[in-house]
Design a protein around this ligand. Sequence first.
Ligand SMILES: Nc1ncnc2c1ncn2[C@@H]1O[C@H](COP(=O)(O)OP(=O)(O)OP(=O)(O)O)[C@@H](O)[C@H]1O
Length: 453
Amino acid sequence: MTQEQWGEIRQRLLKTVGQNNYTTWIEPMEPGGVANGIATLEVPTNFFGNYVSQNFSDLILHEINAEGITASRLNFVLNGQRNKTANPQPEAPRKTAVVARTTSNGIAGTAPLDPRFSFDNFVVGKPNELAHAAARRVAEGGPVTFNPLFLYGGVGLGKTHLMHAIAQELKLRKPEMNVLYLSAEQFMYRFVQALRDRKMMDFKELFRSVDVLMVDDVQFIAGKDSTQEEFFHTFNALVDQHKQIIISADRAPTDIKDLENRVKSRLQCGLVVDLHPTDYELRLGILQSKLGMQKKTYPDLQIEDGVLEFLAHRITSNVRELEGALTRLFAFASLVGRQIDMDLTQDCLADVLRSNERKITVEEIQRKVSEHYNIRLSDMIGPKRLRSYARPRQVAMYLSKQMTSRSLPEIGRRFGGRDHTTVMHGVRRIEELKQSDSQIAEDLELLSRALKS
Ligand SMILES: Nc1ncnc2c1ncn2[C@@H]1O[C@H](COP(=O)(O)OP(=O)(O)OP(=O)(O)O)[C@@H](O)[C@H]1O
């Protein structure tokens, strides 16, 4: 793809994604080649590539094809890594802030900080309140009370956001502090580079001279023995000097496989806090806060009441996907010139909604029903025929038939190896009672709502 073609494509993208998105996400990319239906774009960071891929790839592909270039997929490579040897290019100037002070030892430079990942933009709810409070405390830059702060949680739950927020806040409050933020992958890359260039002294000096070291996605160094070793020494040197360390990972230190025990135990010796999966209220709060940004980009678009609630209810996997869905919805609506209502939402996000469909299991149903009727799970599954066990059992069988794709024999097996005719009888009995017994009807309603949430 030539610069000229990319220029045309960019101009059209500006109209569809809006000025803000354009400046942040489209403008920094450089065009690469197109081969076998794959168009390559150069991006400044992996994070950047992931974000663009999740939020704008459909639109970009659409415009690339509109330019007469045939491509069905996009491939993102880091700036300057395409044809590195054949076509050496100077590193593109970074547009976002770099935290660490520049040094002259040839191995300085850190990950860019995303200005949107601030404390102000972080929505706090029950699942993340502890992690948020700990991050806030560390960002005050006061005396080191827990070292390290170890933040962990599943994909897209806000670990990187909190790390960037801490770094940016520290930069504001304590500009004299030397704060180094980087991913574990970059740590390894720098270590290998220093070894190769015989600059280990510089490497050690750089890492041991920081006031705050922040390493994102530390699980990456699992299984990489020499990097772990170096990380361990860096860690110890900084802790000895009472310098703050902040680490993030996708799981707790004890659960990171192939990480040496001494590293694990070091990582656990401060404060370990986790970001729990989001709940409905948090998801809705996040959507409401992100709505403001979209409205700035697309001031003419209206969003129908109930759409945000619908998304918060249905997209439960992670915040990144939730955010991506909102961005996509606005971009799509603006592209097709429609307002955002339920129909458009279902059309535009069919794939995301499908992949988020929650699979309810028979075991979950059994657990919820036994809690509801206050009986033991073992009594529900066991052989006792007492009415106080038999009725909840039939309710659970009925819900298993309605809410899962399990067959009657499969359900029977999960209820202590009962025959499929027993399950069928139970299901029919509850179907009858649902019509004649308002208490049972109410129980079913309550239980199915609780299971779906
Ligand atoms: N509580 C929150 N408030 C506002 N935005 C959030 C919140 N949690 C996550 N996000 C947003 O969700 C997206 C994903 O978050 P982030 O990159 O921090 O996830 P992560 O936990 O680091 O994921 P990964 O494991 O993939 O690195 C970001 O755009 C971030 O701003």
